[in-house]
Design a binder for this molecule. Structure first.
Ligand SMILES: Nc1ncnc2c1ncn2[C@@H]1O[C@H](COP(=O)(O)OP(=O)(O)OP(=O)(O)O)[C@@H](O)[C@H]1O
Ligand SMILES: [Mg+2]
Length: 347
């Protein structure tokens, strides 16, 4: 089986080809960072226009890299939500057109299920076995799921049980907002990580910011408090003049530590509470090296297996949507042309 996966949920245009046994034949991503950088965030109107320009060349490139002709594709899997409606529509329209023209069954995919399925595409470490706990930590979401599979083999149904989620900002959103406050640029996550690493290597101590654990036993998150603390700290510091690189680095490091610590502790605690042995961490913020480090350290202590996909599978990509296409192959339909974008789709 060959599945073409397409994702245009936010600001990256992506397509990938995966096989029925979840091998990646290609995974092509066209970033729009250049378009949105000068605005300090994603401009939805510009994002959808850019997707329209990019989508066909990106699909072509994914097919060429995979060495596969369009007519050999068995299923087209495309993100139908959650995301920016104008962006989603660009991918959905292209997928519908190809499906109709070549009579290839179509499947609408939940983007968050795609992020979780990215863990099934890893070879080293091997993919997780069900059941497992998944932390989805991205630009729009920070959620913990217990992921179970009923029945053995390919026919089993996967169930996602939401155990906790952010009550305000997503972790990625907080990274982006703090990067903006520090004038580090866009996209913020990577730049905060870089500034924090520089500070660490220089021996500059991170500023201490509060951690929000909420009530005892809660698996929910809150990141607006730490963001406000950073804002207040910056305002107070600016009274003495512009922030220098050292202070920016110390703030970035302290903020990153506060976010990473809560994400790691709550995820590990849920694994122990549910009595499973594997933790999957996925979504754009899972690309963060310090988060990976802290989660691995905590997991070793409790003998928990951790699966974090490589960085290019953590951020948005088409292969992860293709992986859901493989898992849900029996749901792909030729008459799925009335499928619409759903901006606030839940798993
Ligand atoms: N190295 C990093 N450290 C921290 N955050 C990062 C890093 N790399 C990317 N991010 C963050 O990940 C987010 C992007 O992730 P992703 O592409 O999965 O989000 P999205 O698709 O916009 O949102 P969602 O998946 O919730 O719909 C951004 O907020 C970005 O700042
Ligand atoms: Mg995403």
């Amino acid at each position: 089986m060959l599945v073409l996966g397409i994702d245009t949920s936010c600001d990256d245009t992506s397509a990938g080809v995966v096989t029925g046994d979840l091998a990646i034949l290609s995974n092509v991503v066209s970033s729009q960072d250049e378009v949105h950088t000068k605005f300090g965030g994603v401009v939805p109107e510009l994002a959808s226009r850019k997707h329209l320009e990019n989508i066909i060349p990106i699909v072509d490139s994914a097919l060429v890299k995979a060495g596969v002709a369009l007519k050999e594709i068995d299923i087209i899997a495309v993100t139908k939500g959650p995301g920016l409606v104008g962006s989603l529509v660009a991918g959905i329209s292209a997928a519908k057109a190809i499906s109709l023209a070549l009579q290839i069954p179509l499947l609408g995919v939940n983007h968050l299920e795609g992020h979780i399925a990215s863990s099934l595409l890893t070879k080293n470490p091997p993919p997780p076995k069900f059941p497992f706990v998944a932390l989805v930590v991205s630009g729009g979401h920070t959620s913990l799921y217990l992921v179970k599979k009923d029945g053995e083999g390919e026919g089993g149904t996967i169930e996602y049980v939401l155990k906790g989620q952010t009550l305000d900002d997503a972790a990625g959103e907080a990274f982006d907002k703090v990067a903006k406050l520090l004038n580090l640029g866009y996209p913020g996550g990577r730049l905060i990580e870089k500034a924090a690493a520089l500070a660490h290597d220089a021996g500059w101590e991170g500023v201490t910011f509060p951690r929000a654990y909420l009530k005892k036993g809660s698996f929910d998150f809150s990141f607006s408090g730490v963001k406000t603390s950073v804002r207040n700290y910056i305002k107070a510091s600016e009274k003495d003049g512009d922030l220098d690189d050292e202070l920016k680095g110390r703030i970035a490091q302290g903020f990153q530590e506060a976010v990473v610590e809560v994400l790691a502790k709550k995820s590990i605690s849920l694994v122990l509470t549910e009595g499973v042995d594997t933790l999957v961490v996925c979504g754009g913020v899972a690309a963060n090296g310090r988060l990976r480090e802290v989660i691995f350290e905590g997991a070793v202590e409790h003998d928990i297996r951790v699966v974090i996909p490589k960085r290019e599978l953590c951020t948005d990509n088409g292969a992860m949507i293709g992986a859901v296409g493989v898992l849900r192959a029996n749901e792909a339909r030729l008459d799925n042309l009335s499928m619409n974008a759903i901006s606030r789709l839940k798993i």
